[in-house]
Ligand binder design. Structure first.
Ligand code: CO
Length: 414
């Protein structure tokens, strides 16, 4: 018997579910137990290298976890983390996340409670979210933002295309001619850096002061242009400016911080503590944006959220389309129980198409927020038969992020 007088429950199997209901390759872990009907799901989605994660799970974590006591999440987490000796990195962290989150789902089901209850319960009624408005012109971005405002959204990320260039978050129309005429995706930082402040001048004037505006640089510009951009954007009072620098340029945060009060969000590319702890400890960023499965899952994320609370840093977990709906549920459950929550990115795509028939139990979205049910665990079922109907599509780049190059042919960060 366990401490609570419940019969002990052992892991009997680990299954990897590979599915792409709407073209995005998702990896979900199912952990089965010796108690009939008791199982859990976790997100292990690393969409650019999904089969590497599947191999790590099937070959290494499956034999590792079979026979273990499902109640010991932290112990399993610690043991799995060091079992490869070399650790961290997106492949192993995603595999670990799949196991970790499946165990939290099981824990919630055993307690008869949603996971957020196990963290101390709700600290807010619902989870405010931001959505993505983009377009080829300032007017089309404004129009997209207005449509979201009419639907009740109060936080909007705005991205505009730069004519002729492959711009992050928006299409740029006709392609400029690079030195190699066959080059497909061309990007130059300077036209973008010149344009972004003009976009926000337009949006503030058109949309007023009440709406919260966000922007993602996506690490594409030389760091000193990032410093200039953060200063130029200050007067438009962004809710946050995201990924101003690449993780490799972390030290620039100290420089930009001394020069502007533009709120800084960072973190979707981080995979280990050595990358994010110094920035948080020294209060160099305002929002932590980690992709929960890429830092090792829910157990790591809840510790990171608590650490951020002490340092005045708010959470804004990465929530794009290449997080599985199980991973989004992990985001929402942490959001609703975290006092230093900032905002949640919401991928509206998962509410349409084939995804809702595979991932059953998506939460309600209204008044610009996500409303969670009180179903046990994550509150979500995976229809495995339907999932199997959507195998990974053939992909021209093998799923990798397509190359983006300067006019002269130099590869840049995506
Ligand atoms: Co981003």
């Amino acid at each position: 018997m366990t401490e609570q007088g419940l019969p002990p429950v052992k892991v009997t199997d680990l299954k990897v579910i590979l599915t792409a209901p709407d073209g995005i390759r998702l990896v979900v872990v199912k952990i089965e137990t010796d108690q009939p009907g008791l199982y859990g799901y976790g997100c292990a989605t690393f969409t650019q290298r999904p089969l590497a994660v599947a191999t790590a799970l099937e070959q290494y974590l499956k034999p590792f976890i079979i026979g273990r006591d499902v109640d010991r999440i932290e112990d399993i987490y610690q043991a799995a983390y060091v079992s490869s000796y070399w650790r961290s990195g997106p492949v192993l962290n995603n595999a670990l996340s799949g196991v970790d989150e499946a165990l939290w789902d099981i824990k919630g089901k055993r307690a008869g409670m949603p996971v957020y209850q196990l963290l101390g319960g709700k600290v807010r009624e619902a989870v405010p979210v931001y959505v993505h408005a983009s377009g080829a012109t300032f007017e089309s971005v404004e129009e997209a933002a207005r449509r979201y405002m009419e639907q009740g959204f109060r936080y909007i990320r705005c991205q505009v295309g730069i004519p002729g260039l492959t711009t992050y978050g928006s299409r740029g129309g006709e392609v400029v001619k690079a030195l190699d005429p066959k080059q497909e995706r061309t990007w130059e930082p300077t036209p973008y850096v010149r344009t972004a402040p003009k976009l926000f001048a337009h949006l503030r004037k058109a949309l007023g002061d009440d709406i919260e505006l966000l922007h993602d640089v996506h690490e594409r510009i030389p760091p000193i242009q990032g410093v200039w951009l953060a200063k130029a954007l200050e007067e438009y009072r962004l809710f946050f400016l995201e990924d101003l620098f690449a993780p490799e340029d972390n030290d620039y945060f100290r420089i930009v911080r001394a020069q502007t009060a533009t709120p800084l969000a960072m973190g979707e590319l981080y995979v280990n503590q050595a990358e994010y702890v110094p920035l948080i400890k020294d209060r160099l960023i305002d929002f932590i944006r980690c992709h929960i499965s890429d830092i090792g899952g829910f157990s790591m994320a809840r510790k990171l959220a608590a650490f951020c609370e002490f340092m005045g840093v708010r959470t804004a977990w990465h929530g794009p389309g290449d997080v599985s709906p199980i991973g989004h549920m992990a985001n929402f459950h942490l959001d609703i129980a975290t006092p230093n929550f900032g905002i949640q990115e919401l991928a509206l795509g998962m509410f349409h198409g084939n995804t809702p028939e595979v991932f059953v139990g998506l939460p309600e979205v209204r008044e610009g927020a996500v409303w969670l049910s009180d179903k046990p665990g994550w509150g979500m079922e995976v229809d495995e038969e339907k999932a199997a109907k959507y195998p990974f599509p053939e992909h021209r780049y093998g799923g990798a992020w397509p190359e983006i190059r300067r006019l002269d042919g130099t590869v840049v960060k995506p």
